[in-house]
Design a binder for this molecule. Structure first.
Ligand code: MEV
Length: 418
């Protein structure tokens, strides 16, 4: 790969040409790359090639805190947006999702090692809390001016020689990573100046100081299936499935993956950091020492009640949000939510997604719905043209096997009028 050295110094066009020469790309491939290049992308990442598109679809009329919101979702998984819409429809049979948020603080960790006198360190931090907070805020003055910024310090002893000085920061409308890292590094410099050994200074992605609680109550009858399974049967099984998630970490991981199908798609479309959201949710799911499902469904009289508490730190400013036009568009589609509203929307998307998955799992199973969508993907994959996709999708679904070879022969037969 010697010919690719200095790749980052090349222009966007040169990078395509170099890569094409190195590994042999078709004209079709290089044209595809050129068509998906953007100056913004080139400024966002190193060795930029092109923008990898993720299909974005709409979750329509998600009922959140008394409003119906349209939510763009970006995902490559065929069934996700269909399922989210299905979940939202069931939720609209009741009053929809209600949320309550706690404080919204981000934690920065200044990790100290080789501590000789823990008591003196703790006293120093307690006595100088105001000064350390001032140092943190001086590193990002605009945040404090707007009423946010570093609010408090939490001393945490890890063992005899190790401790963490945590700063808790209100990042206002931002997700907070940059602000907190800047502030934590400033406090780290001060502690180094006092002779302490600082291993690192970085935010924590376990956002336990930014919790949102979401609840939804749905009339049991709204859960009945077209195949004749009653709402009462379905809700009893959903409640049972929810209980299993507290007992089996293997089931809990899958259920949380389903929740994240929705959450991650909405978070990605909103220009937020999906990895941060994944990290916080999985860490929180294991907070009791056993990994559990993040939602809880119970039956209360004639209603199915869904609840979740999620540590969620999102932003409506910062990162790619003000830069990428598609992200701006997605915020506009949602009605330009505040950060609190966006957090509520994302939690509600998670509940809708989880509900649809559980209802399918305890009734028909998910393959029936998935197969229809997979048949369509397969039709496209084997080269069906727009006017052929519908017919080929039907043929693939009617066939007893869904595989590429069979789909190709069905397309061949379709084209030959057989
Ligand atoms: C598939 O992407 C997601 C599900 O497995 C979630 C779940 O099992 O709850 C259906």
């Amino acid at each position: 790969m010697a010919n690719l050295t200095g790749f980052y110094k090349r222009s966007m066009a040169e990078r395509i040409a170099l890569l094409a020469a190195e590994i042999g790309l078709s004209d079709e491939q290089t044209t595809m790359m050129r068509l998906h290049q953007s100056v913004i992308g080139d400024n966002q990442v190193e060795n930029y090639l092109y923008n990898f598109g993720v299909p974005t679809g709409l979750l329509i009329d998600l009922p959140v805190n008394g409003r119906l919101v349209n939510v763009p979702m970006s995902t490559e998984e065929p069934s996700v947006i269909a399922a989210a819409n299905n979940g939202a429809k069931m939720m609209r049979a009741g009053l929809g999702v209600q949320t309550q948020a706690s404080q919204r603080l981000v934690r920065g960790q200044i990790i100290l090692t080789d501590i000789i006198d823990m008591v003196t360190l703790q006293q120093y931090v307690t006595l100088h809390e105001t000064e350390l907070l001032q140092i943190a805020n001086a590193a990002h003055p605009s945040m404090a001016r707007r009423g946010g910024g570093a609010k408090s310090i939490l001393f945490e002893q890890l063992d005899e020689q190790r401790a963490i000085v945590n700063i808790l920061v209100d990042p206002q409308a931002a997700m907070g990573a940059n602000v907190v890292n800047t502030m934590a590094e400033a406090v780290a410099d001060e502690l180094r100046g006092q002779g302490y050994s600082v291993l690192m200074a970085i935010l924590s992605n376990l956002a336990s100081e930014a919790l949102i609680h979401a609840t939804v109550r749905i009339p049991v009858a709204a859960l009945a299936t077209k195949q004749g399974v009653t709402g009462a049967e379905i809700v009893a099984k959903i409640a049972e499935a929810s209980l299993i998630e507290t007992l089996s970490p293997y089931r809990a991981a899958t259920a949380n993956k389903g929740l994240l199908n929705g959450i991650e798609a909405a978070v990605l479309a909103s220009g937020n950091d999906t990895r941060a959201v994944n990290a916080t949710l999985h860490a929180f799911a294991a907070r009791s020492g056993q990994y559990r499902g993040l939602t809880r469904w119970t039956v209360a009289g004639a209603e199915l009640v869904g609840e979740t508490t999620l540590p969620l730190l999102l932003g409506v400013v910062g990162g790619s949000i003000g830069i990428v036009p598609a992200v701006k568009l997605n915020h506009q589609i949602m009605g330009n939510p505040t950060v609190e509203e966006l957090t509520a929307i994302v939690a509600a998307v998670g509940l809708a997604q989880n509900l649809a998955a559980l209802r399918a799992l305890v009734s028909t199973g998910i393959q029936a719905g998935h197969m229809a969508l997979q048949a369509k993907s397969l039709a496209l994959q084997v080269g069906a043209q727009p006017d052929e996709v519908g017919k080929l999708t039907d043929l693939i679904q009617q066939a007893d096997k869904i595989d590429e070879t069979h789909a190709r022969s069905l397309l061949h037969a379709l084209r030959n009028g057989k």
